[in-house]
Design a protein around this ligand. Structure first.
Ligand code: PLP
Length: 435
């Protein structure tokens, strides 16, 4: 009988009675109620509508309730709702074909997973088998998912209580605004970060290192587009030392940067690419690994020792086909690029001109961060208390945004319109005026 309850109060009460939430102490949670949505808006059943500049968990690239994705899922559900991964299924082949079409030359195979973490998990496994080596290098400023190797590859605080997988070493990636290398220009940051990576490789013993795992554009860690030459330099180091380069495109891929893959903006071709979120905007859980031909060939004769009951699940496959076709047909990735370059980027820079609390604006497409500081000179991050207030002031004005450390991540769906951006900018403006 509880399922007929629609008041926010009863939905929250039921949640608090039985649902255990991610990354939280459970005692004092008051989750927001969302019962519906369309495009960049989401709402509850009590008349409150939010402008969604969070894309939920930065996965909703195509926006809420896109009719083509819903229809593709429904059509697949009516045809065949589930089937074993060992079978050949047309939707699975077509979804894989569409993903391969967006990958660089020389990538022809997809291993489907349930989400982004297990995509990284399996990419790491492939890299270890390909090289016969153990160690995975990844950055302190990263998030790669919440499973065995993926959470230990992660750099941020979430790794620390979860360090049970072995064979992981971390290094510092480029981040000019808070440089670990005393750099004062992007070129210097790139060069010094590469030297630091090479010294880490040498210090660990190059012959022990299976993979360098990097987010093409680190997302959760601050939306950090790499400086010129960095990714090409990492590729060069990987080639020199026989290391597999894995680019994690889980957050940055499939439209968020205004490109189909974030790596399209850089002079780099990795060996493995992981994806999830934007590929179907999370309408059904899915992720996967895009595998380059030489690594795929390893498993022509050798057994690949990995699998999942729901690998290539038909409903997920239907949703990928529906989402990628609609994104192409409706120019949704181009919209993200245009919004970033012409509307959202300039709008955020104008806010920075006005509000000294904004220390830096960075990003592209629909993937932006506002770095909030108490002092522009020292770049001292604002306190957690200030960030808590910022978040609650934004939500109280019906704007959903992601706040992370001392940053606001401005990450609307790729379908966001000019007028929705104007609406959100006015809200950020009003809220930042309070601090
Ligand atoms: N990799 C990156 C870059 C991510 O941002 C995330 C999730 O935020 C993941 C991996 C993990 O994906 P999932 O939560 O689907 O397991």
């Amino acid at each position: 009988k509880n399922r007929t309850a629609t008041s926010n109060e009863s939905i929250v009460a039921l949640d608090r009675a039985h649902v255990f939430h991610s990354w939280s102490a459970q005692g004092s949670l008051k989750p927001l109620v969302i019962t519906g949505g369309s495009g960049s808006r989401a709402w509850d059943d009590e008349g409150r509508t939010y402008l969604d500049f969070s894309s939920q968990l930065i996965n909703l690239n195509i926006g809420h309730q896109h009719p083509a994705v819903i229809a593709a899922i429904a059509e697949q559900a009516a045809t065949l709702a589930t089937v074993a991964p060992s079978t050949a299924n047309l939707a699975r082949g077509q979804a894989a074909e569409r993903i391969v079409a967006r990958a660089p030359e020389g990538f022809n195979r997809i291993f489907f997973t349930n989400g982004g973490a297990d995509a990284n998990e399996n990419a790491i496994r492939m890299a270890r088998l390909h090289t016969g080596r153990d160690t995975v290098l990844s950055t302190y400023r990263s998030y790669h998912g919440n499973t065995g190797a993926a959470i230990v590859a992660t750099g941020d605080w979430r790794r620390m209580p979860n360090q049970y997988a072995r064979g992981h070493v971390h290094f510092w990636g480029p981040y000019l605004y808070r440089s670990e290398f005393w750099a004062t220009s992007p070129e210097q940051e790139s060069e010094r970060a590469l030297r630091h990576l090479e010294r880490t490789i040498q210090g660990e013993g190059a012959q022990t290192i299976a993979a360098v795992l990097l987010e093409t554009v680190p997302g959760t860690a601050g939306i950090l587009p790499p400086p010129p030459g960095y990714l090409a330099g990492v590729r060069e180091l990987c080639d020199r030392y026989g290391i597999v380069l894995i680019l994690d495109e889980v957050m940055a891929g499939f439209g968020r940067t205004g490109r189909w893959l974030a790596l399209d903006g850089y002079d780099v071709v990795p060996d493995l690419i992981t994806f999830a979120k934007g590929v179907n905007s999370g309408y059904v859980p899915v992720g996967g690994v895009i595998i380059s031909d030489p690594i795929a060939a390893d498993f022509d004769e050798q057994v690949f020792p990995g699998g999942l009951t729901y690998s290539g699940h038909p409903l997920a496959m239907g949703s990928i086909i529906g989402a990628l076709d609609a994104m192409e047909r409706e120019g949704i990735v181009d919209n993200a690029a245009r919004i970033g370059a012409d509307v959202l980027g300039p709008g955020l820079c104008a806010l920075a001109d006005k509000h000294p609390i904004i220390g830096e604006v960075r990003g592209e497409g629909v993937f932006w961060a506002l770095e909030l500081v108490s002092d522009r000179e020292t770049r001292e991050p604002v306190s957690a208390a200030v960030m808590g207030q910022v978040k609650s002031e934004l939500v109280s004005r019906n704007l959903l945004t992601i706040t992370q450390d001392n940053r606001i991540h401005v990450v609307p769906p790729c379908v966001v319109t000019d007028s929705e951006v104007a609406e959100a900018l006015a809200i950020y403006d009003e809220v930042l005026e309070l601090f």
